[in-house]
Design a protein around this ligand. Sequence first.
Ligand code: NAD
Length: 305
Amino acid sequence: MKVLITGGAGFISSHIADLLIENNYDVCVIDNLSHGKIRNLDPKAKFYNVDIREKEVFDIFEKEKPDVVVHNAAQISVSNSVENPLEDASINIIGTINILEASRQFGVKKIIYPASAAIFGEPEYLPIDEKHPLNMISPYGVSKHTVEHYLGVYKKSYNIDYVVLRYSNVYGPRQDSSGEGGVVSIFCEKLINGQAPFIYGDGEQIRDFVYVKDVAEANLMAIEKNKSGIYNVCTNSKTTINNLFGYIRDLIGKDISPVYVKEREGDIKNSYMTYDKIGNEIGWRPEYAIHSGLKETLEYYLDNI
Ligand SMILES: NC(=O)c1ccc[n+]([C@@H]2O[C@H](COP(=O)([O-])OP(=O)(O)OC[C@H]3O[C@@H](n4cnc5c(N)ncnc54)[C@H](O)[C@@H]3O)[C@@H](O)[C@H]2O)c1
């Protein structure tokens, strides 16, 4: 079976590509390398250095005729989306419509799409389930959620199956530690370099950290199971930022304390999600406890910083 992955040179998608190749899928990738890196890519994946908004996308679909598309290419920065909502919408909405149109024209059977907990805003109840009311507070939240509607329309109009996977906080090897990178990659890099990371607020805010290899497994199962729908991919575990810092510091074994700074405006206080729906319908559950995921992640950063 052939799977086309957009954004396949990025953090999460490159792990999905690895797992699919390991499971004998034929994988091709479209990525403009705006954020992704060639070194993330398994050489067995056929690579096209193309922007998802280009017409060339149609030539690639015509040539490759993928059965499934994992559409991960996106502008992923919340603050960039606030500063430049046009660019955010151009990539995350218009670029996606280009991929959907190519999928329709060249007979794609199923699309897997990663949405985000950014669509919930400050939770009204915890853990967040798939029925939780939506309250987008950034253009990024709006653009990611808009695609969920498009997928529904392409299913109704053209019978293209879809699975939306709403991730909590994904972490693991290859995550960007610069700028607005994930908190795990930032803590690892700072502590390895003997520097004190910032913690915004008192560090008691709760997050739900899901390991990238579990996320890749959820994508594989979403491809293989005969289901369409929207599913949370998360751990339903509560980790405070202070806990997280402590775990990584203990693994590294350096006596460094964080620097507490004023909390960021718009930051959510507590967020964790339930995976009951995907567990019941697709059979996925997270295999990695936070300690084992952090250990593997740290090994990667120790070799790559
Ligand atoms: N990291 C998380 O915790 C998280 C949570 C929820 C959802 N997501 C979603 O998962 C997906 C992957 O996120 P990630 O964290 O791996 O980010 P990433 O930046 O590592 O991956 C995105 C990839 O898309 C590529 N890309 C961006 N714009 C493009 C364009 N116009 N044309 C072609 N390629 C383009 C980038 O070069 C990059 O390789 C995104 O859709 C993101 O919204 C991530």
